[in-house]
Every structure is written in C-alpha cells, then in structure tokens.
Design a protein around this ligand. Structure first.
Ligand code: ZN
Length: 216
C-alpha cells in the first residue's frame, strides 16, 4: 500500500513538499515524541493527550502540521478522481455543501468545485504554517494570542477533506487498498480534536455515524 500511495503521490500535481520541523528545535523533539508514541502501538485515544510538562500550543502546532501533511497526501492520492466533472460542488453528500471564503479573492462565501476548494484550502493552510507570525519556529518567540482560534479553523477545514473523501471517494479508497490507512489517520485526527474540543460538534455531523462505528 505504501508503494501505491507513493506512486500516485509522485504524479500528483497537487503535491506540496512536506512541512518539516528543524532538527534540534524543541518542536522537532516533540514531533519525534508524538511519532514514537504513535508507533508504539498505544491506543490512539491516549497518544493524543498532552504529555506532562509540555506546552499545549506546541502540542497543537506539531499535530496541525502533521495532520496537514497526512491529509494532503491522502487527498493527493484521490486527486485524479476528484475533478470538476465528478465533483462540481465541494460537498459531503446531498445534505452538506461547503463554500470557500478567504481574505483575498473570495471575501464572500463562494460555491466552488471540490478540486478548486481543496487547492485553495491546501494553499491557505500552507501559507499559515509557513508564516513565522502564526507558527513561530524560532526559540523564545511566542505563539500569537489567536493561535488556537487559527488552528480550530485549520482543523475544521481539514475535517471537510475527510468528509468529502469518505462520502464521495470511498470506492477509490477501497480500490487503492487504503481504507485502514485513511481510517487510522481519521481516528487519530478525531481523537485529537475531541481531546482539546477544537472543532464544533455540528461540523462533525456528516461523519457522525461512521465515527460512532470506528471510534468507540
Ligand atoms: Zn471529489
């Protein structure tokens, strides 16, 4: 499966280089710690908990970047099957439709195709996590006061990628043999946002039944 994901990823035009933490920095150490506990086979519900003595904003920053990298990769593998024709509207089934809004071109919520919405979404997140004023990497530089608000918005929008992919492209997930991989990423993401109450319950509604089934 890893090979399959890699092959599709390499061809994918929506590819974005992974955001990495600089070795030697505190956040890199925290990232390594989070990765190690993830690989240790511990329950995903417990790996998301803030380790004693760690700063919550650092912990959230590390996870937001990691989820961005992983969800971006998952969408990248589906991207060829998510087109203007197959998905003319960014939606999660017939009941949920998402409109894009930003501080640039789309100041009013705009109805866009799923691939267009995804491209803007990934660019927007990439811009934020590379912005030193929002995600400072230098030692001693504090996070901005609205840091958790920004992360809530990022995670809320990343959740919509799961909604779209699960509801509209589940057959692609299955045909690529990626179901277990996507589910693991989803569960980790879901336990994380729940642990810190980072995404509004109403946003989670489109996947509620599935979530109840796979995240007991
Ligand atoms: Zn689609």
């Amino acid at each position: 499966m890893a090979l399959c994901l890699k092959q599709v990823f390499a061809k994918d035009k929506t590819f974005r280089p992974r955001k990495r933490f600089e070795p030697g920095t505190q956040r890199f150490e925290l990232y390594k710690k989070a990765q190690a506990s993830l690989k240790s086979g511990l329950d995903l519900r417990s790996v998301v908990r803030l380790p004693p003595g760690e700063n919550i904003d650092d912990w959230i920053a590390v996870h937001v970047v990691d989820f961005f990298n992983r969800i971006n990769l998952i969408y990248g593998t589906m991207a060829e099957r998510c087109s203007e024709t197959s998905c003319p509207v960014m939606a999660g089934g017939p009941r949920y439709e998402y409109r894009w809004q930003d501080e640039r071109r789309y100041r009013r919520p705009a109805k866009l195709s799923a691939p267009h919405y995804m491209a803007l979404l990934m660019d927007w997140i990439e811009g934020l996590i590379n912005d030193e004023d929002v995600f400072p990497t230098r030692v001693g530089v504090p996070f901005p006061k609205n840091f958790q608000q920004v992360c809530t918005k990022i995670l809320t929008r990343l959740f919509r990628v799961f909604v779209h992919v699960y509801i509209h492209h589940f057959d692609s997930i299955l045909s690529m043999g990626a179901e277990a991989h996507v589910n693991t990423c989803y569960k980790h993401f879901y336990y994380f946002i729940r642990e810190f109450s980072l995404v509004d319950q109403r946003e989670l509604e489109p996947l509620r039944e599935m979530t109840e089934r796979i995240c007991h």
